[in-house]
Design a protein around this ligand. Structure first.
Ligand code: IPE
Ligand code: IPE
Ligand code: MG
Length: 244
């Protein structure tokens, strides 16, 4: 049974395994990505039902441009279709969409669609769905570092006064709590340049299940795993228990 207490505020997911799912069925890789989009819809609904505050989904990494041109262009088409089809639904669900990553590499049409979807949903107060597209954790930190360097160069701040919070305020997710639970489907146990800074104390859950086959029961398993963890943030168990 799923524990009702100890629900994470922020869940971050690397949705991996679409290509292998399609290959197993002798289908083109893009069919796996389309099937993966269905899983996204279901996971969003589960997050709303469970009153999770933020769901961050890794949709396209800054390294995924290295894939065959055809796959990349079909992924862009799919992103565009999903934005049109699902932003109205997200709005009805009182959910907010936010896209993180370097969107300047996308076509102007896609950039407009992203902005329109964000705009449509910006005043909603329920779940925030963050889509990481052309995102890289190193890019995120580099951007924040550049902002600090500019402020230091202009004399606004002194480099010796730079605190963690100041760097953090330049990161894309600065307005949200760090992810409490990270899930990666598809069997690989790596971060693949996802949220590097923000995952410092996140509970990590890896599963062999391919993303298109990731169902609510398995999401519940991941949440149960999370509920069973003791988060110590460097302290001892005894200290944590005393505080409870
Ligand atoms: C993840 O699935 C989706 C994207 C990276 C866009 P993959 O396409 O990486 O699936 P596998 O790892 O090849 O099975
Ligand atoms: C990570 O998956 C990126 C996304 C899911 C969008 P990859 O399939 O690109 O990761 P690697 O290449 O196996 O590390
Ligand atoms: Mg993969």
């Amino acid at each position: 049974m799923t524990a009702q207490k100890n629900i994470p505020r922020h869940v971050a997911i690397i949705m991996d395994g679409n290509g292998r799912w399609a290959k197993k069925r002798l289908m083109p890789r893009i069919a796996g990505h389309s099937a993966g989009a269905e899983t996204v819809r279901k996971v969003i609904q589960s997050c709303i039902d469970k009153k999770i505050e933020v769901l961050t989904l890794f949709a396209f990494s800054s390294e995924n441009w290295k894939r065959p041109e055809k796959e990349v262009s079909r992924l862009m088409d799919l992103f565009s279709i999903v934005l049109t089809r699902d932003s109205k639904k997200l709005d009805k669900q009182n959910a907010r969409l936010k896209v993180i990553g370097d969107r300047s590499a996308f076509s102007l049409k896609l950039q407009d669609k992203i902005a329109a979807a964000e705009n449509l949903t910006k005043n909603n107060s329920g779940l925030t769905v963050v889509v990481a597209a052309n995102y890289g954790g190193r890019w995120d930190i580099l951007n924040a570092a550049r902002q600090l360097a500019r402020r230091a160069a202009s004399g606004e701040i002194d480099s010796s006064d730079i605190e963690y919070e100041m760097l953090e305020s330049g990161l894309t997710l600065h307005e949200y709590p760090d992810p409490d639970l990270f899930i990666r489907t598809g069997g690989e146990k790596r971060i693949s340049n996802f949220l590097l800074w923000q995952l410092a104390y996140t509970e990590l859950y890896f599963t062999e299940t391919l993303w298109p086959e990731f169902k609510e029961a398995e999401f519940n398993e991941a949440l149960d795993y999370f509920a069973g963890r003791q988060r110590r943030f460097g302290r001892t168990s005894e200290q944590v228990e005393q505080d409870q």
